[in-house]
Design a protein. Sequence first.
Length: 162
Amino acid sequence: MTQPPIPRADSSADPTLESLRCPCGGGEVYGACCGRLHGRFAADGTLAAPTAEALMRSRYSAFALASSGGLPRADEYLLATWAPETRPAQLALDGPADESGDDVHWLRLDVESTSGGGPFDDAGTVTFTAHFRTPAGRRAQHETSRFVRRSGVWLYRDGEVG
């Protein structure tokens, strides 16, 4: 089954985020970390994560910034970085005052392990815990995500939540 093309985001993140700490927890400011990947995609559709872990961190940042309204069209970035064979037709993200009434605040990402996923690999896994808060309290999602590299581009394939 052929997937429809993914539209390219026409706007990058809020420019005031560039000098703030990146949501992925990698220790860099957003503009020098995930902001480079989000901005490049917004500018010309290029997916440029050098490793599976970098892609996973940029996807976490897209989710986190979408929930605060800081990354317009985060859904387009997330869909574009998803392998076509497992990509959903659309993605509903938690955003500020979304229609579900849920208010999700992503708090922290802890990368626990990686396997493969380097610049010379074609597959890799990243195990992580994403911490978040909702009106019901603090929560955490533990996941092992699988990634594939095709034509030099890292893509999220799927994950096991546990």
